[in-house]
Design a protein around this ligand. Structure first.
Ligand SMILES: Cc1ncc(COP(=O)(O)O)c(C=O)c1O
Length: 477
């Protein structure tokens, strides 16, 4: 029984499809009957229906997607909303393609996700990098300061692109940045991939549009209980061209969107609207109790807490364990948890991030605490200072544009020979997927050493041509 069905047209359409007898002579080729051929294949595909000829008629006669997107726009207080089955990756690419023309500059936070960087390559835009401020007490990036943005305004960026919240749950002073950007008619685009729940309880930060931003992108499969790779793009038309966004969105989206992700976005929207406040409050109470239970075994603070940051600048649903405080390795703790079938969202030497969402129950947290406490107490050692992760601390040296690098001839060099050369690869410890070096930037000794150290500490280094980091792909000289 679905209590959301009556408030979520796409969810209703999805469920209705399976209640009626249909004879599809259309795609998808499995026709929800692949179990006739193989039970395993059937299990994977028979619950899949498309938008065209599934959630709606082939000619979209019922406009059901449009209605659902309209409901989302209204909920987020925006003029425009689109649902994507290609994740925040696609939504970032769509909006960035709609901003300007090749050669234009955008002010861009260095903690931007890879998808934003690849969007710049597609759009031919040039980044003016903004470095996140690092909190000295915790070693955590705390967003872009107003002065960091204002010092580059004279370079003429056509947009300010931010990632809020960052991977560890912290936020910039968004209203201040928006105020400054708008005073120069610069639109502010916020990649809020991890902040889908923002704005739906007074206990979590407002969402980016409520803080004045012109667009927000969020993954409904991250902080919200949506289908993998589902996302929403929400925008206002004052400083952005909504027709261009629409064109860019359709240009880069699949022409065969799957129904389940779309229905899940609609259902997540209805869930936030109807029960967001109550569910977020419950989640926060449970998280607080969980953190207290673990903290009771240690006399120095081991979690990031809202009180570590200015009001409204931290997502309290984010569980960030600071393993440096207990002198343990986050990666070793992750390994020990894996042997007990518990997976964490991210672990590096100093930090573990546990993703908690509205679906987690008290029993789930009790089980985690029960498993985690003996691991933490057995690995406890003397506290060490937090080394700002290589992902947050690199200052880029741009040699050629990302787009030039993308199309240039390249060669592979041993790591020591690659130092001082221009990287052809984007290389990012993953998670958080934040580039340590981007195509077109100089591979410095500090970057090569930092990446090796992160790898040696057990962090997965993503996207480098040679995952062993013995060799690097550089631009041919
Ligand atoms: C900040 C940020 N933006 C965008 C993305 C891409 O999101 P998706 O996986 O929904 O494509 C991620 C993924 O981790 C992310 O962390």
């Amino acid at each position: 029984m679905s209590s959301l069905r009556a408030s979520a047209p796409l969810l209703d359409a999805y469920l209705t499809y399976f209640q009626s007898l249909r004879q599809p002579f259309t795609i998808p080729g499995h026709k929800q009957r692949a179990s006739r051929l193989d039970l395993g294949l059937g299990q994977v595909v028979d619950s899949d229906i498309p938008l065209y000829g599934g959630l709606d008629e082939i000619k979209l006669t019922n406009q059901v997607l449009q209605r659902a997107e309209g409901l989302a726009a209204t909920l987020w207080g925006a003029e425009y909303a689109r649902f994507s089955t290609g994740g925040s990756t696609h939504a970032n690419q769509a909006i960035i393609l709609a901003l300007g023309k090749p050669g234009d500059k955008v002010a861009l936070t260095r903690n931007a996700h890879r998808s934003v960087l690849s969007a710049l390559v597609l759009a031919g835009l040039e980044p003016i990098w903004l470095s996140p401020q690092i909190d000295t007490a915790t070693g955590v990036p705390i967003g872009i300061s107003l002065s960091e943005f204002e010092k580059i305004i004279e370079q003429g960026p056509i947009a300010l692109l931010l990632t809020e919240p960052g991977y560890l749950g912290t936020l910039s002073d968004l209203p201040a940045l928006v105020g400054s950007a708008h005073s120069h008619a610069i639109p502010v685009i916020v990649d809020a991939a991890w902040g889908g729940h923002f704005g739906f309880s007074p206990l979590v930060p407002d969402h980016a549009l409520a803080m004045g931003a012109d667009a927000l992108i969020t993954s409904t499969h991250k902080a919200l209980p949506g289908y993998s790779a589902s996302a929403v793009l929400i925008a206002q038309g004052k400083y952005l061209d909504l027709d261009r966004i629409e064109q860019a969105f359709e240009t880069t989206h699949t022409t065969s969107p799957a129904g389940a992700p779309l229905a899940s976005i609609d259902a997540c929207r209805a869930l936030l609207q109807l029960r967001g406040r109550e569910l977020i409050q419950e989640l926060l109470t449970t998280i607080e109790e969980f953190k207290q239970e673990i903290q009771a075994h240690f006399d120095i603070p081991i979690f990031l807490n809202s009180s570590d940051f200015p009001p409204g600048r931290f997502d309290p649903t984010k569980i960030v364990l600071r393993t440096n405080q207990i002198g343990a390795s986050g990666v070793e703790i992750e390994k020990a948890l894996q042997t007990q079938m518990i997976r964490v969202e991210m672990a590096d030497n100093d930090t573990i991030v546990f993703l908690a969402t509205l679906v987690d129950s008290r029993e789930d947290f009790d089980h985690l605490a029960h498993t985690l406490i003996p691991i933490l107490t057995s690995q406890k050692g003397p506290a060490r200072a937090s080394a700002a992760s290589v992902s947050w601390s690199t200052i880029p040296t741009v040699a050629i544009s990302m787009r030039q690098a993308f199309f240039a001839q390249t060669e592979m060099l041993a790591s020591d020979e690659a130092i001082g050369r221009i990287s052809a690869d984007l290389i990012a410890p993953y998670p958080p997927g934040v580039a340590v070096v981007a195509p077109g930037e100089v591979l410095t000794g500090a970057i090569v050493e930092g990446l090796s150290a992160a790898k040696a500490a057990g962090v997965r280094i993503a996207y480098s041509t040679d995952p062993t980091l013995m060799r690097y792909r550089v631009i041919k000289s």
